[in-house]
Design a protein around this ligand. Structure first.
Ligand code: R5P
Length: 296
């Protein structure tokens, strides 16, 4: 029996691509909101005895997560043998510490919720900073797919002489691997508020003959990237390329970054966005196939 693949809460290019590679049947459902704001969900396929994968776009996270739990609970109640979550972008990972007394450790609560409703989790480059592994907070089996080979392939096919820049200490895990033999630098960043950061640059840095390539896992408010682009203008006349794995681009941040003077913005299709150029599906396929076999 082929697996059943739900693209949730709406169809996406990544979902289509993955469903084709998996040879999975399309999961069909009705999702609507009652006038009082509550959710109505109805699964339209028979799911008894099926292995199900839910590809969930978890932005905005709060809105989608509750419906996602309704979906998984309904699938299990209707007899699905396994229900796995593929969350290309895993939210709440940046709230990995109680920074100020009294704060909720939302990364942990979110992980507990997902672990309750799903048999396994596959994700792409979660923001592992203070946690070293998802196992520290998720109690279900997890698999982390790395987008680095995709970014590396694009850079090598497009830019003859790149100079990679990671805007903060966390980015070392991506930048170092993607750079290979190309030069790279990882900067230090201080965050004062949402969208307000200060990046510390070394006093001397030469980009002669090179194209600056800014790489980050997430662009949210765009504050980090815009500030990096502004500083780069004082160092080199060559406009930078911006590469990002998870293009959240809250509010007007995409327009702000385009206007800041970048050569181009390229993202993976972990979240549907006009900057998507890199299809994660072939990289994700082995992890999903592994879990389908493990739970069969
Ligand atoms: C956090 O440190 C991440 O790696 C990103 O640098 C951060 O999420 C980017 O956020 P923003 O676009 O709001 O500056």
């Amino acid at each position: 029996m082929s697996p059943l693949f739900f693209d949730f809460p709406r169809p996406s290019a990544l979902g289509e691509s993955l469903r084709g590679l998996l040879g999975a049947e399309q999961g069909k459902f009705i999702l609507k909101t009652f006038p009082d704001g509550e959710t109505y969900l109805r699964i339209e396929n028979p799911v008894e005895g099926c292995h199900v994968i839910v590809n969930a776009c978890l932005v905005p996270p709060n809105e989608v997560t509750l419906s996602l739990c309704f979906l998984s609970d309904a699938l299990r109640a209707q007899g699905a043998k396994s229900v796995g979550l593929f969350a290309p972008y895993l939210p709440y990972m940046r709230q990995d510490k109680v920074f100020h007394p009294g704060e909720a450790l939302t990364s942990r609560t979110f992980a507990q919720l997902i672990s309750t409703y799903f048999h396994y989790l596959v994700t792409v480059d979660p923001h592992l900073h203070r946690y070293h592994s998802l196992d520290e907070i998720y109690s279900i089996p997890t698999s982390v797919v790395q987008a680095a080979p995709l970014l590396q392939e694009w850079i090598h096919a497009t830019l003859p002489s790149p100079f990679l820049i990671g805007p903060d200490a966390e980015s070392v895990q991506w930048v170092k691997e993607i750079a290979g033999a190309s030069p790279f630098i990882v900067l230090q960043k201080e965050r004062y508020a949402d969208g307000h950061v200060k990046i510390n640059w070394p006093e001397t840095l030469s980009f002669e003959g090179k194209t600056p390539v800014l790489i980050d896992d997430i662009i949210s408010s765009g504050g980090t990237m815009v500030q990096a682009v502004e500083h780069l203008k004082t160092l080199t006349p060559t406009p930078p390329v911006c590469l990002v794995i998870h293009p959240i681009f809250a509010e007007h941040s995409y327009q702000d970054l385009l206007k800041s003077g970048v050569e181009c913005i390229v993202s993976c299709n972990s979240l549907p966005h006009p900057s998507n150029q890199l299809d994660l599906a072939p990289l994700v396929l082995p992890a999903l196939t592994y879990f389908l076999e493990k739970f069969s």
